[in-house]
Design a protein around this ligand. Structure first.
Ligand code: NDP
Length: 499
């Protein structure tokens, strides 16, 4: 049963509105701690049967779910468009990525997590040794509003494929999308309908989920809220996955394809109105390419038309408060000596595509996550200086390198202090389901997507089985007195030659 309608008349509700028009998208209950406990209880009841289905039967049901999402992609994208303000086409792209991850997680769960035999080693040569990855039971997922399908699905798909049930708490700004995802599950997978639950509400509902005794809490959001979530989870020693914000940089090296780099930087910075955790927020371009790069970016940005109608490059800021953050960063950058070469205006929730030059590294526009359609471009001596500046930021989510030298680009990518890096493109790693997704430093820890994302929602289980007894049992009080000397001799033979 969905928690939605039944008790909504007697308890507080939250209203979801379209950022573009203010029109009401939906009204949803504010679930309290009792509601959350009930949802977790239903999920826990469903979890045993869901885990018991095994990899192949779960895979078939995950396929039915992704089939439903694929068939209803436009309907879901329309809801995402209305609730977040992003263009419909971008919402379709988001749904497509989520469907791809559902497919990968379902197909690869057995290979990554299934029981396997491992070598027992010398000391346990008479035993068989087994490793398997078991589900955690119920996984709580708290998601943000900027990618309300793709982001939570990075946890939901992998947690379900690993055999867990899930309770989703969508952002209070996108509850309709969260409820839609859970309803679509119930319809597509009726015999495991309770394996995906949704609870709606604001921060207190999320905090209740942290304290509800789930097996793991997968959080995506800001570092500030992440700290609160960790503190709440610490009370019950609930493990956490933290997917937090970024301040991603692009490095444009001497030999880069400047036009391609400019095009990618503009998309990476401006699409979804810059409200992308892995969006490009700052560029470090070497002296050799800086002037050309700035000219290319400026020309492209001037051709962008944000707004609410068809064909708009991006929409209004989803949250009014986020426009205030962008305004603060702009003001700070200008006060510190920065220059605007394109955009620079914030009207209501609509932020013009903005390019800033000469902004000091200490400015909020370079240090903190702006989460708006803005880009700082900084001239650097060479790629090494670019890398040093990139890595000096406490965030470390993702980034990009543009260079025609494959070896040089790969070297820079490896040394970039981030969880993910694209070479000669932006954001591409997010579209490769086999690759893990997550950050370092203030961008969090743990991984969704890929084999690591599947393992994230499991606990490793080790089993040994004695195949035959040895004449001398070393782990027994009956072992002979000389056993230790014999063991030391064997150890010297095997390992002692290494110096
Ligand atoms: P917030 O941190 O404000 O909120 C994230 C979620 O936490 C929301 O569902 C929110 O609910 C909930 N929440 C708020 N307070 C609490 C609490 N005390 N206990 C438990 N849950 C709580 O982030 P935003 O929604 O504003 O999302 C934007 C942020 O997310 C950016 O920093 C962005 O970079 C990051 N992000 C990171 C990604 C990644 O994969 N690394 C991907 C996408 C975004 P409510 O909204 O109802 O207040």
């Amino acid at each position: 049963m969905s928690l939605g309608a039944a008790r909504s008349t007697t308890r507080p509700t939250l209203t979801s509105t379209a950022p573009a028009s203010g029109a009401v998208v939906g009204e949803f209950p504010v679930h309290d701690a009792d509601d959350v406990a009930a949802a977790v209880g239903r999920a826990r009841d469903a979890a045993a049967a869901w885990a018991g289905l095994g990899f192949d039967d779960r895979r078939r049901r995950l396929a039915a779910y992704r089939g439903a999402l694929a068939r209803r992609a436009h309907e879901l994208a329309d809801l995402v468009h209305r609730e977040t303000g992003k263009p419909h086409a971008d919402a379709v792209l988001e749904v497509t990525l989520a469907v791809d991850h559902l497919a990968w997680a379902g197909r690869h769960a057995r290979r990554v997590l299934g029981r396997r035999r491992v070598a027992p080693g010398l000391l346990a040569a008479n035993h068989a040794a087994w490793l398997e990855y078991q589900p955690l039971g119920v996984v709580g997922v708290i998601g943000p509003w900027n990618y309300p399908v793709f982001t939570p699905m990075g946890s939901i798909a992998y947690a379900l494929a690993a055999g867990n049930a899930v309770v989703l708490k969508p952002s209070e700004h996108t509850p309709a999308v969260g409820v839609w995802l859970a309803d679509a599950w119930r319809t597509a997978v009726p015999d495991a309908a309770d394996a995906l639950q949704v609870v709606t509400g604001a921060g207190e509902t999320g905090a209740a989920l942290c304290r509800a005794g789930v097996g793991k809490l997968a959080f995506t959001g800001s570092a500030a809220t992440g700290r609160r979530v960790m503190a709440a989870c610490a009370e019950t020693l609930t493990p956490v996955l933290m997917e937090l914000g970024g301040k991603d940089a692009m490095i444009v090296d001497d030999d880069a394809d400047v036009a391609a780099a400019a095009s990618a930087a503009v998309w990476g910075a401006m699409s979804n109105a810059g409200q992308t955790c892995i969006g490009i927020e700052r560029v470090y371009a070497t002296s050799a390419v800086y002037d050309r790069f700035v000219a290319e970016v400026t020309e492209r940005v001037r051709g962008l038309r944000p707004g609410t109608g068809d064909g708009a490059a991006y929409g209004p800021m989803t949250m009014a408060a986020q426009a205030d953050v962008v305004r603060r960063h702009l003001d700070d950058a200008l006060a510190a000596g920065g220059r605007v070469v394109a955009g620079g205006t914030v009207e209501g929730r609509l932020v013009a595509p903005t390019v800033l030059l000469d902004v000091p590294e200490t400015s909020a526009a370079v240090r903190e996550e702006t989460f708006g359609p803005t880009l700082t471009i900084t001239r650097v001596r060479d790629a090494e200086e670019a890398l040093a500046r990139t890595n000096a930021n406490p965030h470390g989510l993702a980034g990009a390198v543009f260079s025609r030298s494959r070896a040089r680009a790969m070297d820079l990518a490896r040394r970039m202090r981030s969880g993910m890096t694209s070479v000669n493109s932006v954001l591409t790693f997010a579209a490769v389901p086999a690759l893990p997704f997550g950050g370092v430093g203030d961008s969090g820890f743990g991984r969704i997507h890929g084999a690591d994302g599947l393992r994230e929602f499991t606990r490793a289980k080790a089993i040994t089985r004695q195949r035959f007894p040895l004449p001398v049992d070393l782990m027994s009080f009956t072992r002979p007195a000389g056993a230790a000397d014999a063991l030391a001799r064997v150890m010297t033979l095997v390992h002692g030659r290494h110096r």
